[in-house]
Design a protein around this ligand. Sequence first.
Ligand SMILES: Nc1nc2c(ncn2[C@@H]2O[C@H](COP(=O)(O)OP(=O)(O)OP(=O)(O)O)[C@@H](O)[C@H]2O)c(=O)[nH]1
Length: 648
Amino acid sequence: MSSLRRVSKTLKSPKCLSLLQTYSKFTPFPSMFRLNDHPLELARACCSNSRQNSKENNVDLSQYPAERIRNFSIIAHVDHGKSTLADRLLELTGTIKRGHGQPQYLDKLQVERERGITVKAQTATMFHKHNFHGPNVAEAQDPPTFLLNLIDTPGHVDFSYEVSRSLAACQGALLVVDAAQGVQAQTVANFYLAFESNLTIIPVINKIDQPTADPDGVKAQLKSMFDLEPSDCLLTSAKTGQGLEKVLPAVIERIPPPPGHSDSPLRMLLLDSYYDEYKGVICHVAVVDGILRKGDKISSAATGNAYEILDVGIMHPELTPTGVLLTGQVGYVVSGMRSTKEARVGDTLYHSRSVVEPLPGFKPAKHMVFSGLYPADGSDFEALNHAIERLTCNDASVSVTKESSSALGLGFRCGFLGLLHMDVFHQRLEQEYGAHVISTIPTVPYIFEHSDGSKVQVQNPAAMPSNPKKRVTASWEPTVIATIIIPSDQRAFMKYRLPLKEIVVDFYNELKSITSGYASFDYEDSDYQEADLVKLDILLNGQPVDAMATIVHNLKAQRVGRELVEKLKKFIDRQMFEITIQAAIGSKVIARETISAMRKNVLAKCYGGDVTRKRKLLEKQKEGKKRMKRIGSVDIPQEAFHQLLKVQ
Ligand SMILES: Nc1nc2c(ncn2[C@@H]2O[C@H](COP(=O)(O)OP(=O)(O)OP(=O)(O)O)[C@@H](O)[C@H]2O)c(=O)[nH]1
């Protein structure tokens, strides 16, 4: 028997197999290992694997057991300085260079940079030396290094789902409050999110450099509203750097290390994902128990699918391969997931060979606003489908179902967490995927009861019968509990129950403008209440346009109908025939406008024989036509659809 066959036979003996199985629980073999492999090959593969696992790209994660890890979020009301503070902490730890020329480093999306808001939570890993026990112990000479995972979260109410998901990976949070503005509506909402998740909360009073800063006043607010001790508050200016040196020591000393058991079977929580053209789906994960190594075989508790870990690492601050993630660490994995449907946020990933109890996951996102999304050019349906699939990988809070409209063709009905969320999703589709999209009037999920006692939830006005009075016996609309804080001389804290539809369109902007930007607003969903609802149809030359239908309160129908037809008249160009625009409830027309006919000859001014000029004008006209949607015989510019979103 050759030596190779002898080794192979020995390896296959029952005793050796059971030893291997026990051993492999702790030291996974490279994925290409098979029992018939040559022992030298096997040894080489194991060595290179462990080298790669322990130290890849100069980051040796084996030095960071759970007690040297801190996972924390930065939460705050919008604009109180989260992203700027995150920048300073990344600079302080040398994770990014000072003056890297890109403020709000973690706001990576174009839409975030343009609007100056955070819409996606972002994670970055930092390393920081800290002398835990004071200067008298031996550690003072060479203080230990801690691995800190920072998650910057959005402040706007529409993205609080991102915040609650981020908190699931953390044991603590920096609650940032503007020293001049004090506690605002999202400060309250975010405090309770963190408090209910049992996180250690470190209050940070930021922007103390402002002339109107009142840190003592804010300390008193934090004490009276949240029972946070004034002596626990850190005072900082993320702009001047004042007080920042106290932030990371507070994180390390006050926030507990992640719990979890390194010797238990692997359980990873899938926090987020996005699609990369070269690597496929990249998942952000938190290792709750056990150890993950490159080459491991993992399974998804949600889908049952199995994958091999092709790459694993941390965000330091960009993807940095480490070959391994230990208990309590937050990082990324690439596992060959092809479709975004496979990466379910909140899923538990575990070693395929083990049996584990799935982690609790996240509460499903509650969709407040629904709107139809259609390709501006009907033939682009597949391209839009592809773009939506890719984008929902990075924004799992959007619900998508296919629908069709007689006016706009094949499209999608999407559920969003709010109007800003809808707007941002729309903008990301255009900017990141080049998709040209028409959105229909946003609607909230209404409930209708029919005479036979059956109830239906209607997310698309087109799905509601034209004459509700005949077939519908009762209707209900969703409401919210709104919190409004006005930090004027006499600080007012108001709580109202409002119909959701009322706050969906422009309520926030109006509130800001009538209070000169001082009021802040947040809401949580509440019960349904009975309401007298009707479907308002829009007709162009007598033909109802399903994509423009909307559901409104009977009392408001007249005003909304008038506004809609006036808006349409303003944005539809005169065409070669007369166009009538009507708003109707059932067969009753409640508003009407007419656009008179004209003959538009773009060449009319081109007397003389300049062929190139004529051609240019015709090309321009053709381009203009592309941005039109033909409904029946009427060309409607995309802008008209956009304007309708703002009515009500
Ligand atoms: N004066 C002063 N301005 C600050 C300070 N920190 C942040 N700012 C400014 O406040 C504005 C908002 O800062 P961001 O860091 O974007 O706030 P944010 O909380 O991340 O905002 P969202 O992500 O939209 O919720 C920016 O113009 C910052 O330059 C500070 O300490 N002092």
